[in-house]
Design a protein. Sequence first.
Length: 328
Amino acid sequence: MPLSNSQYDTIIREYQVRQIENQHAVDNRMREVYGKDERLKSIDDAISSCSVVQARKLLSGDVTALSKLRRQLSDFKQQRLDILKELGYSEHYFEPSYECPDCKDTGYIENERCHCFQQRAIDLVYTQSNIRSILKNENFEAFSYDFYSETDSNPATGLTSLETIQNAVSDCRKFIEEFDVSFSNLFFYGDTGVGKTFLSNCVAKELLDTGHSVIYFTAFQLFDILKRNNFYKTTEEDMIAAHQNIFECDLLIIDDLGTELPNSFTVSQLFLCLNERMLRKKSTIISTNLTINQVAEIYSERTFSRISSSYIMLKLFGDDIRIQKKLR
Ligand SMILES: [Zn+2]
């Protein structure tokens, strides 16, 4: 993912701060435990001087002295463990608690950027840290079927509102499970308040949690970025990076398609965006209140044919959940 120098520096600084905080936390815990039993400090000192001696012996090729030192070292470690146990501490008490255990909060795994770095870059570029707090509440654990009727059915499919959402959830689960091995896209449509955005947030959360890069946009925000890039021919590094990420992130979510006041620019840009992502085999989720016919009419047949041929079309229906929640 391309980043400008200043964006890169910002992220690296965040990692450095986290590493320093981690070190402070570990130091504090050490101090706390040393205060409870003074033998620990002297054992730790002995362990470190023993290690230094061991390294020297190793360098001078002294094998017998080395094995003696090793035994000593393991004795010290055992004594240390016993005291900690006596005091009621786990041996892991001194280990830092990493936000990302995969890269130990360094942002890198063997010179490659960690998934947490990639997502941090997206969060920074699109200032979408607000999505994090939304995803705390909108995820599969919080998903409720209570708002879907067991009796109202869709005449076109014969399925009730509850059966429809159950099928949609299982399609979403499959989409997530197969995300890394088979390329597919989701298209949610249906009336306002039937759970389209909620469901795409559920998918976003699962994929973020498994280290994928996800960008969430309302259609309005997406076209705004595309417009700034096209019309003003920006030379600003940050903007160019932002534009490129739209085509490169693992999952792009375009929420509320149709609320952006469509015009010839948005129509052609949507085609380019969806087409480009398909060529790169990068998945997209679209949600809209528009009907299928309206999508075809507004965004042209060629865009619609791309969507209908490569997206799983999920029509949700039911009563407006937002209104139901207010009435409760
Ligand atoms: Zn990481």
